[in-house]
Design a binder for this molecule. Structure first.
Ligand code: NAP
Length: 292
């Protein structure tokens, strides 16, 4: 199984799809992450409308120490309508062999790294040909362009199918107290038994729980978390991370914040586990009903 730090740092909201950090702000954010031992950054070709990889890559290319220290996850396969791709006239998926290989090569150039640590298919393509995917993965691994391969947003059945053709190293899925459906599937157990790393995107529900007007589900979860704050001496963010961490599949959260002080707090205060019944209290609040 590939090794990841305690948290993977998400880049989706750092660039033009989010906080649009200046070059100096990005440098200081990345430098502090590295000091904290958080050297793995999650990207996708489409972030920032196909701009975030190159923007982040400018920093990596500026100093060979970044090239040595930084590890990258990136993803391919969504055809997004953006100025950078005037040939796209409908949002679509493309997991053809040629596209997967070309996309990895483009990401290597954009990011200025010699190898992509973890290369993932972003979403399942309705026109997917499993053998073509396996051939693309085989090429990327044997050429050394990619160290590990994986899938994002694929179902258990789709993941098992592709794993039979080319062993997978990592799955990335939406997992949080606000989106707990994964825990009703065989994916966590599959990952544990097959030594596949499992990472969670939007571990804080994309910030929905912090909205000034949270929806009913978030309100129920908030009420439970507020009641647990004293017991665990923790804020809401770190209780949500602890909720993920309590599962035996050793889920790796992908952080979404652009505020370094939040990441510092995750590192010092977000690494505990909840008692079993407290875990179920949060699940019950998320589902709006007790388990059967
Ligand atoms: N594979 C996929 O399909 C997929 C999809 C989506 C995302 N991802 C990856 O997952 C990463 C994380 O996703 P995410 O950004 O949705 O993660 P998240 O951690 O669930 O949400 C981050 C958002 O919550 C806000 N937030 C965090 N703590 C807060 C607090 N205490 N009060 C108020 N707001 C707070 C952040 O704002 P501040 O910046 O102000 O802290 C940010 O806008 C992305 O960067 C991307 O790399 C992958």
């Amino acid at each position: 199984m590939p090794q990841y730090p305690d948290f993977i740092i998400g880049s989706m909201r750092l660039g033009s799809w989010g906080k649009n950090l200046s070059k100096a702000e990005l440098k200081s954010f990345v430098d502090r992450c590295l000091e904290l031992g958080l050297n793995h950054f999650d990207h996708a070709d489409i972030y920032g409308g196909y701009t975030t990889e190159s923007w982040f890559g400018d920093l990596i290319k500026s100093d060979s120490n970044y090239q040595k220290a930084i590890q990258i996850t990136t993803k391919c396969g969504i055809g997004y309508i953006a100025d950078q791709h005037p040939e796209h006239y409908v949002k679509h998926y493309n997991l053809s062999k040629d596209h997967i290989i070309a996309s990895a090569e483009q990401s290597l150039k954009n990011l200025g790294v010699e190898q992509i640590h973890s290369f993932l298919l972003h979403r399942p393509d309705y026109l997917l040909d499993p053998e073509a995917v396996a051939l693309a993965f085989e090429h990327l691994l044997s050429s050394g362009k990619v160290k590990h391969i994986g899938l994002s947003n694929f179902s258990y059945e789709q993941s098992v199918l592709l794993h039979q053709l080319q062993p997978l190293d990592v799955l990335q899925l939406e997992i949080s107290a606000m989106q707990p459906d994964l825990f009703s599937t065989a994916i966590p157990g599959f990952c544990q038994l097959e030594n596949i790393a499992l990472s969670s995107w939007s571990p804080l529900g994309g910030g929905s729980i912090f909205s000034p007007r949270p929806d009913e589900k978030c309100q129920r979860i908030l009420k439970v978390l507020q009641a647990l704050q004293g017991k665990y001496n923790s804020d809401i963010d770190n209780l949500l991370l602890a909720w993920l961490r309590t599962h035996p599949a050793q889920i790796i959260p992908i952080t979404g914040t652009a505020k370094i002080e939040r990441i510092e707090a995750y590192m010092t205060r977000g690494k505990f586990q909840l008692d079993r019944q407290d875990w179920y209290l949060v699940l019950q609040a998320a589902r709006g009903e007790k388990v059967a």
